[in-house]
Design a protein around this ligand. Structure first.
Ligand code: ATP
Ligand code: MG
Ligand code: MG
Ligand code: MG
Length: 567
């Protein structure tokens, strides 16, 4: 089937020579400069023609691989009623992250940040017997999260595209199988997209319970820090690493006095106060309240309002914290552990781990600042009397598996898979008729791919000084033809475009009149289609120049040969 020819002379495309003033990351700069996206508001982006094609290509790959594991695509609403999220407690738990709105009759709604509740309801309505399971449902849909610091362009949007899927099974073994299917599908997806990625454990396995892994794309612009061991291959989000740091005081704990400041301390100030190097990854503080340890966290490199945090902690809810008290008491900590991973909840899990002893430090992390504060219920006062246990993971800390020094790197979270278990099924009493004729509670998994984020991650990993540089699978075209010269070159370029397109090759042709070859070349590099074909002086002899965007290698050849290469 003939592929499409995009003529730049007829396209809406305005490239920019300069980086946008507010852009800090490579993907942000280049995607804006090359005319892929435009900012509409903070964390809210418009996809322009080139960008939409890349997004669509990523979507297609995700869809194909989800279909391949038997996923059934659905589309649930983004505008959601409050009640189901009230049932699970997430209407409150989400805190400021949730976009809440009200209809004309005063009814409460929200814009979906993720859809466990609604999928559970759908399956409760549709599936009644074990024979109806297993089921994997997925959607590729717009999600809404009022991120505290939408930055880095489409890497962290307040509106973004996610593929979210949910598995429904009757047994733990069947859930493990659905999880494994997703894990494999995700590897295929990210390989096909051309992303360099690592699979890391996202929650400490020590407490049993839910398995969770993240797919991380290493990139300096990433907001996650992960540890990897060059010796044994161990890899984990630093949130999940448990390392033993040498005791800083005789009793084994780095005792730190109260940080007495009404202001919002920066991580740097905090690090200085706590006497740890600012270069360290400062992930968490455990706070002692009225003689009891409660857990609060400090996200990696951002500011956190400790005062506000303290105000919002409720001792009655969180006060009891000894290992014994929490062992096996999921009911006590449930409020703090969501699929979004409440910081305090995670810390509690570590505390409940019988292996945790003084001198052991542990890492938890918040995904967004302040979320954990909301998770632990607002409105009560108490005094924070001591901050202690500064948890730091530094390069060279011992690998939990083999003891050799770990390395720390930055990465972008592009996917997350999670064995939820029965949390949502319990909340909605999702049962099916079991094989033994009795009701059986369903067990669930949830799995996300950041579809729009993957575009940014790809840009981060593949771009060079000249501009974007897409892998072919996601590029907006297979070849970018540059008409570099006068009418004869334009004619040759358009002819070549037709020929290639007939052979099924997707073509973008720069046939703009009155634009110099120099500008066209610069734009071609910036736009980042993997192969550039130049119709220049050689066309009078039937020759084109074929250039590899990545390597810069070029050669002159007849169109037939160029076509053969592009096939
Ligand atoms: P992060 O830690 O980056 O905030 P998350 O852990 O909150 O992400 P999940 O709830 O696991 O995100 O959502 C599944 C996937 O959706 C993530 O792995 C990520 O790729 C993507 N995603 C999450 N938040 C955003 C966002 N604000 N913008 C773009 N993509 C996002
Ligand atoms: Mg998040
Ligand atoms: Mg995360
Ligand atoms: Mg996640």
């Amino acid at each position: 089937m003939a592929a499409r020819v995009q003529r730049l002379s007829r396209s809406m495309l305005k490239t920019l020579r300069d980086d946008p003033a507010d852009a800090e990351t490579l993907n942000h700069k280049l995607l804006v400069r090359a005319g892929y996206v435009r900012r509409t508001a903070a964390g809210i982006w418009s996809w322009l023609p080139l960008g939409k094609q890349v997004l669509e290509n990523v979507t297609r790959v995700v869809r194909e691989e989800m279909d391949a594991i038997g996923g059934q695509e659905v589309l649930l609403p983004a505008l959601l009623p409050r009640e189901p999220y009230e049932v699970t407690g997430r209407y409150e738990e989400y805190g400021d992250l949730l976009f809440r709105l009200r209809d004309r009759k005063g009814g409460d709604y929200l814009l979906g940040p993720t859809h466990e509740e609604i999928f559970t309801q759908v399956v409760k309505d549709q599936c009644t017997s074990y024979k109806d399971l297993p089921v994997i449902l997925y959607q590729i849909q717009t999600k809404y999260r009022d991120e505290a610091r939408p930055r880095a362009g489409i890497l962290r949007g307040r509106e973004f595209t996610m593929k979210d899927s949910y598995s429904f099974d009757v047994s733990d073994e069947a859930l493990a199988a659905s999880y494994a299917l997703h894990r494999e599908a995700y590897q295929r997806i990210f390989r096909r997209l051309g992303l360099d990625f690592r699979i890391v454990s996202a929650v400490s396995g020590a407490m049993g319970g839910s398995a969770s892994e993240e797919f991380l794309a290493p990139a300096p612009a990433g907001e996650d820090t992960f540890a990897q061991c060059p010796q044994c291959g161990y890899a984990a989000n630093t949130e999940a690493v448990t390392v033993t740091v040498p005791p800083a005081s005789p009793d084994g704990r780095p005792a730190v006095e109260k940080l007495d400041t009404p202001d919002t301390p920066t991580i740097e100030a905090l690090a200085a106060h706590l006497g740890v190097p600012a270069s360290a990854t400062l992930k968490n503080l455990l706070v002692k309240v009225d003689g009891e340890i409660v857990a609060v966290g400090v996200p990696g490199d951002r500011e956190v309002d400790l005062g506000k945090l303290a105000e919002q902690l409720a001792p009655a809810e969180v006060g009891v914290v000894t290992a014994e008290d929490f062992t096996g008491r999921d009911d006590l900590v449930r409020g703090y552990i969501g699929p979004q991973g409440g910081m305090a909840g995670k810390a509690f899990r570590y505390l409940a781990d019988p292996r945790v002893a003084p001198g052991t430090s542990w890492i938890t992390g918040a995904n967004e600042e302040g979320k954990h504060a909301r998770n632990v219920v607002c409105g009560r006062d108490f005094e924070v009397d001591q901050y202690l246990d500064v948890v730091v993971v530094e390069p060279g800390d011992p690998c939990p598996e083999c003891g050799s020094g770990i390395e720390l790197d930055r990465a972008i979270e592009i996917g997350h898979i999670f064995q939820l278990g029965r949390k949502y099924a319990d909340a909605f009493e999702l049962d099916v008729l079991g094989q033994d004729g009795k009701p059986a509670r369903v067990t669930m998994g949830s799995y996300g791919v950041g579809v729009s984020r993957a575009v940014a991650a790809l840009a981060e990993q593949t771009a060079d000084e000249q501009g974007l540089c897409w892998p072919r699978e996601v590029a907006p075209a297979d070849v970018h033809i540059v008409a570099a010269g006068k009418a004869a070159q334009t004619e040759a370029a358009l002819d070549a475009a037709e020929r290639l397109a007939e052979a099924g090759i997707r073509v973008l042709v720069d046939d703009r009149a009155g634009v110099s070859p120099g500008v066209k070349f610069t734009d071609a590099e910036l736009i980042g289609v993997p192969t550039i074909l130049v119709a220049g002086r050689g066309v009078k002899d039937g020759l084109f120049e074929l250039k590899d965007r990545r390597t810069g290698e070029r050669e002159e050849l007849p169109l037939e040969e160029a076509l053969a290469r592009l096939k």
